[in-house]
Design a binder for this molecule. Structure first.
Ligand code: HAM
Length: 410
């Protein structure tokens, strides 16, 4: 029997795991700097948590959720995103009493999409959320955090921030009606897929990638014309501050995002180096969502990034896996080698035991692994109760006892 991995899932090992862990470490470091606490929520939730908030007509809810009934006939869903579970958790645990409340999390998400490069059915997200403030500085803080993180992880990549504002929720409702009417009047020039969204989700037609829709979308009424003066003013202030932070922006009037809960600022960090799945990070404001989920009427803003997509751009991470490689010349020397192995690992060094018991093979493995030091364990060394410490970067070697080996490599 040969069991294949499930389509759209993948295993991580070796270099890939090192990249993955490098990203998560940087995420934790930046979270500390910006004062975000970690939150870990269950992989599955009651399905109703996702249906309405993400949008009954959104692609995620219509086609992509992994929903199942358990033995009690409870309908559960593997989380397709992290924002709603984090809000659910903040409400369930009374974490919205002292505002603002800032949380981050990393973990697996599940969406039954058509797999391709950068798009998987099980993938990992980084997620940052700030619950409880309408201050436009929170929008800047969120974008700045994302920008700093990407710059740290991918210093040599060209990544562009796309930004737009959707205005208030009421505003957006009015705009949707106008847009629906416009697309209905021009339905003959739309693709079949876009036609099906005229009534249910006209906003999504705006970011259609089908060229047949291009001209009609280009001529469509623009949301910016429907915004209030005060919304426009804070949007201008956000853009201004981003410029002060040297974050270059590309304004994208058709950027609406795929989930229903957004209003006001929406943004995406994109690259043109990985093909069509080009959004590394996406997010925005979701004032009203916390109330919809049964909490107080408090605003919120956040973003999520795809770890696998960021990994596609990440060159090898230079993590040295072992500090020291043991070269044991013969199996009869295992007991003598064990002493230094135990001593060094207890003193926080990583030591690699390769099971080769052959000097030549061990040395070539050590240089392949690019370790700095090898410890050679031979008959002579056993007799004198010492070890040869060899520095592979300059070739120097010395016979030393346990303590001196430790002092030397320290
Ligand atoms: P999203 O745009 O659906 O937003 O996903 C955010 C990011 O997750 C995407 O930009 C992408 O990098 C990654 N991603 C999404 N789907 C896949 C997939 N099938 N395979 C690999 N990576 C994927 C959200 O999920 C919102 N909850 C973001 C947010 C947080 N808004 C406010 N707070």
């Amino acid at each position: 029997m040969k069991i294949k991995p499930v389509r759209g899932t993948h295993d991580l090992f070796g270099k890939e795991v090192r990249k993955f862990n490098f990203i998560v470490t940087e995420v934790k470091e930046i979270a500390r700097k910006f004062g975000f606490d970690e939150m870990i929520t269950p992989i599955f939730e009651n399905s109703e948590l996702f249906k309405k908030p993400l949008g009954e007509q959104s692609d995620v809810v219509l086609k992509e959720m992994y929903t199942f009934k358990d033995r009690n006939e409870d309908e559960l869903t593997l989380r397709p995103e992290y924002t709603t579970p984090m809000i659910r958790s903040a409400i369930s645990n009374g974490l919205l009493n002292n505002l603002p409340s800032k949380f981050f999390g990393t973990g697996q998400m599940f969406r039954r999409e058509r797999p391709q490069k950068g798009r998987y059915r099980q993938f990992n997200q980084i997620n940052f959320e700030n619950f409880g403030t309408d201050d436009f500085f929170a929008d800047i803080e969120m974008i700045n955090l994302a920008n700093q993180l990407l710059k740290k992880i991918l210093p040599n990549n060209q990544i562009t921030l796309h930004i737009n504002t959707l205005g208030s929720r009421e505003n957006l409702q009015n705009y949707k009606k106008v847009l629906s009417k416009y697309f209905k009047d021009h339905q003959n020039s739309l693709s079949i897929e876009s036609k099906s969204k005229i009534e249910t989700n006209p906003l999504r037609i705006l970011d259609s990638k089908n060229i047949q829709d291009k001209e009609t979308v280009l001529q469509s009424p623009k949301l910016i014309e429907f915004l209030s003066q005060s919304d426009l003013k804070s949007y201008e202030e956000i853009k201004d501050c981003l410029k002060d932070l040297n974050i270059s922006i590309s304004e994208d009037l058709n950027l609406v995002r795929g989930l229903d809960y957004y209003c006001h600022t929406v943004f995406e960090f994109k690259t043109d180096a990985i093909g069509s799945q080009d959004t590394l990070i996406g997010g925005g404001r979701y004032n009203g969502l916390i109330k919809t989920l049964g909490g107080k009427d408090i605003p919120g803003i956040g973003w999520a990034g795809g770890i696998e997509r960021i990994m596609l751009l990440l060159n090898d991470v230079n993590v040295i896996t072992e500090d020291i490689h043991l070269c044991i010349k013969d199996p009869s020397l295992k007991k003598h080698a064990l002493k230094i192995y135990d001593y060094l690992t207890k003193n926080n060094f990583s030591v690699y035991w390769n099971y080769k018991y052959n000097l030549k093979k061990s040395l070539s493995l050590a240089s392949e692994k690019k370790v700095k030091y090898v410890i050679i364990v031979g008959e002579e060394e056993k007799k004198h109760n010492n070890y040869i410490l060899k520095n592979l970067s300059n070739g120097e070697q010395k016979a030393l006892n346990l303590n001196d080996v430790l002092n030397h490599i320290k």
